[in-house]
Design a protein around this ligand. Sequence first.
Ligand code: GLV
Ligand code: MN
Ligand code: MN
Length: 423
Amino acid sequence: MTASPPPVSTDRLVARLEALGRVGALDGGGVCRLALTRADGEGRDLVVAWMKELGLDVAVDRIGNIFGTRPGSRPGPSVMIGSHIDTVATGGLYDGNLGVLAGLEVVAALNDAGIATERPITVAVFTNEEGARFQPDMLGSLVHAGGLDLETALATRAVDGALLADELTAIGYAGGAPIGGIEAQAYFEYHIEQGPVLEVEAIEIGVVEGVQGISWTELTIVGRSSHAGTTPMRLRRDAGLAAARITAEVSAMAREIGGDLVATVGSVKLTPNLVNVVAARAVMTVDLRHPDEATLQAAEARFAEIVERIAAQEKVEVARRVLARFEPVAFDPALIDRVEAVAHGQGRTTRRMFSGAGHDAQMLARVCPAAMIFVPSVDGLSHNIREFTAPTDLGNGLSVLAELVLERAGRANVVPTASRGDA
Ligand code: GLV
Ligand code: MN
Ligand code: MN
């Protein structure tokens, strides 16, 4: 079963990526569109305007997920193309945005070519994928897939203290559509790789087999502030030192376990954070990831031992809070095969791979067959203002996505109006 792709335009995709990239643009390049900030609201407004221009029926659900649907010739679940447009504070133009805007380009190409499909096609924008402002990450798609109840999600506090429900209302995206109301019979997410593998191996398309497990913990370490000049080293209860030792040991643990285990301390906040005061308090985050659940659990157990030992040695109290915990996810084998076959059919080189980053697709995989397409990231950079993917690579993935979507949605046999009743 093949479906020659509709004539997609890479130029139009790039123009939309650049236009969306101007919303929340940072002075030195890149974008800051943290979830549910005013910039996120402006970005959403732009995407919704494009959806309406393309004739999509737009629905916003109660957690702010946006769904733009092109009807099919028969009702039923959609072929869904989705991702996110929120960014980390130092984000680029491609992470998430590519998946959404490529979805719009597929719709634009179908419209241009006058192709009707049997199944509806829905372009989805999920709320707070990044998890940089509200945890957990992938929150909107998790709620959509029934993995987190709406009331708990709406009661989430941002790292800046704001309430998710208030922020959703403030930007005008506290929608009325029921959660899970728009069903998908398949979900495709087209994304930049965000790592170096495809570029290093000179491969054009990454065929994503799944997403590794994610474990995010916040530690609040409480010691005692005291004078930096008068407190002998042996008599300190230094929360800053405990945080630094935990950081170093967690990293050493990841190197020792080896393989694909990654460990990151991306945030440490000291109080009072002054040159001549021993820190009374440290709030830090630990991000552990591995494709295998048993290995991830083993790393979590080692991490717990490290914290306990260092807390005792440094005479500090440590409170733990789980910010996010998702097991590894395997995508649908038949859909993975189709991604690979379509890419090969279009003459592309491919490689099967696991995703190191979290994605909305891992949540959609709970409710429908899901798959992802990756294209190379220059220097493997993402969550960085220098994030870049060349237009040729963007076009390669776009054509694969378009063919997969048309194949899955099916061309509708529309009887041409002119011939009706003739002869
Ligand atoms: C989301 O981008 C994540 O993987 O941290
Ligand atoms: Mn992303
Ligand atoms: Mn991201």
